[in-house]
Design a protein around this ligand. Structure first.
Ligand code: NAP
Length: 516
């Protein structure tokens, strides 16, 4: 069996102790194993920090060029990585492309940013200001790279993109990375790191990789390190409260759960392009990656009187989804990633059923296509309808991380729609579909403080819309409250997490020469 090694202190290393087995979620077959027990995490962190000066000696442009090499290396191995994502992640080919191309695309976007930022190493922040009566005493703000390492702990659902989107920003900011994917789907991340190491794509020491648990790594973090986490709220809260994190004020970014919503405006007619866009986005988000997407639509709000129509249209589309082994081309939705996920989703649907009724799918009934699927972790897409849920009901409080959404009606006013969306108490992204400018404006402004991103679907852009579930390197990703309170990406905004903003005051000529 394939034994995954960690890449620490510049060498591939196998842990001791009990190994975790990775499986093919379509068949339950074991595909690899790993352990990081016994590996020296303190030394690994120190080694990563020691690579910082070499990385920071490069200009923005040079670090951008490094990201370009990384992006191309991943792209050159695209088919192999897609194959691994199908085998170890239960991804359809299209799901796997979303992850792998997202990885190379995000690295490429940050490579472009590096080139744009040019030959400097410092990032100016706004205009310098005169501090005294004369024109001599000035103050200016600038961002400078932190001197520690960036520890990245990622969720199981995007083993390629999750690794790359965080690494791209940290490395461009001049901070070496220690990355730890969720072990259940780590084959893709492992292969990516192997490719990058073998091809010498990264600066020496700039990328380390843990195949397994972090063990005592987080206990060694100090005030120049950062911790970026993606996963469940519970784990996020645990890591945020870590003793070194608290003792050394370690900067932490948490990307967690989210009850993303899609709202249909009262003006949208059945059969219109905008109506099709709305239905298409909901079905895509429910079923892409088998609903295991932090940005997937979980709550669908429609004006009263349109519930039956939308339920019918969504059910028709969901009935056409072919669940099965994603190695078959005809399959459009693969299994959940792990047996635990299957248990959690079934339990989650039962919780939703305390305030909603199931109108499509059964969490215990599915007939997957393909050989060997009887031991796979398959589930049917599930649509529920909730008539008038309270803010404390499960539909507004519990994220079911699978192909599950709940349809809810509202009175057709932007205020009512926004109040229902806000009941999710903080999300990554919500979307609204309407051509009514007043409705859209009041909805967007009312939900904006509760989100990292809001997408607007309108007739004029229906043909070129990017679905709400797609995270873009140019726009921020993250959200307040339940979503973890974090923020990633957003072009140069993402760099701030890995840098220190400093105010420098003194003689104007001196300040300007330092920041040049
Ligand atoms: P999880 O169980 O919280 O695990 C996330 C990561 O944390 C994994 O790498 C896991 O490692 C690691 N981990 C768990 N306990 C740890 C500990 N005590 N110390 C250090 N690391 C620890 O979440 P998941 O099941 O992988 O992901 C699903 C959740 O992630 C969903 O709730 C989803 O909403 C959220 N998510 C959010 C975003 C976003 O961008 N906001 C994106 C994707 C997913 P092991 O798995 O190896 O134990």
């Amino acid at each position: 069996m394939n034994t995954m090694e960690s890449y620490l202190e510049g060498k591939w290393r196998i842990g001791t102790g009990k190994r975790t087995t990775l499986v093919n979620p379509s068949t339950g077959e074991a595909v690899a194993e790993a352990s990081s027990e016994g590996l020296d995490m303190k030394a690994a962190l120190e080694f990563a920090r020691a690579a910082g000066p070499g990385l920071r000696a490069k200009s923005w442009k040079e670090r951008g060029e490094m990201l370009r090499v990384m992006s191309r290396a991943i792209h050159a191995h695209r088919d192999e990585l897609i194959g691994l994502a199908i085998m170890n992640g239960g991804n359809t080919r299209s799901d796997a492309k979303f992850d792998v191309d997202g990885a190379s695309g995000t690295l490429a976007a940050y490579a472009d940013l590096g080139v744009e930022l040019g030959d400097a190493r410092v990032l100016p922040d706004g205009e310098a200001v005169q501090l005294g009566r004369g024109a001599r005493l000035f103050g200016a703000h600038a961002w400078v790279s932190r001197q520690g390492a960036a520890v990245h702990v990622n969720a199981f659902n995007f083993p390629a993109w999750g690794l790359a989107e965080k690494a791209a920003v940290a490395l461009l900011a001049g901070v070496p990375v220690v990355t730890k994917p969720a072990i259940s789907t780590a084959l893709v991340s492992h292969r990516i790191v192997k490719i990058l190491v073998d091809e010498g794509a990264c600066a020496p020491g700039a990328l380390s990789f843990i195949a397994g648990s972090t063990h005592d790594l987080l206990d060694h973090l100090d005030g120049q390190d950062v911790l970026a986490f993606t996963g469940s709220s519970d784990t996020g809260a645990l890591l945020r409260g870590g003793k070194s994190v608290l003792a050394h004020s370690v900067r932490v970014n948490v990307e967690a759960d989210s009850l993303n919503a899609a709202v249909l405006g009262p003006d949208v007619e059945d059969g219109s392009d905008l109506f099709h866009l709305f239905i298409g986005d909901v079905v895509r988000d429910m079923t892409q990656k088998t609903g295991q997407k932090c940005t997937a639509i979980r709550r669908v709000y429609v004006p009263r009187g349109k519930e039956e129509l939308v339920e019918e249209r969504l059910s028709e589309r969901l009935a056409a989804i072919k669940v099965g082994n994603p190695s078959l081309d005809e399959v459009t939705m693969g299994p959940l990633a792990t047996e635990q996920q299957l248990k959690d989703v079934r339990r989650g649907v039962a919780r939703l059923e305390t305030c909603a009724r199931r109108v499509f799918g059964d969490p215990n009934v599915v007939s997957p296509i393909g050989e060997g699927t009887s031991r796979g972790f398959f589930i049917s897409p599930i649509l529920l309808v909730s008539d008038s849920p309270e803010p404390t009901d499960a539909v507004h409080t519990h994220e079911v991380f699978g192909p599950v959404a709940t349809l809810i009606s509202y009175d057709g006013s932007a205020d009512a729609a926004a109040a229902l969306v806000r009941a999710g108490w903080g999300g990554l992204v919500s979307s609204v579909y309407s051509d009514d400018k007043a409705f859209v404006k009041s909805f967007v402004l009312a939900v904006a403080p509760f989100h990292g991103r809001v997408t607007i679907g309108s007739s004029k852009m229906a043909g070129q819309a990017i679905p709400p579930g797609t995270v873009l390197p140019q726009l921020v990703h993250g959200g307040p409250g339940r979503a973890g309170g974090g923020e990633e990406l957003g072009g140069r905004r993402g760099l701030a997490f890995y840098m220190q903003r400093v105010a420098i005051q003194g003689d104007r000529a001196l300040v300007e020469s330092i920041l040049a």
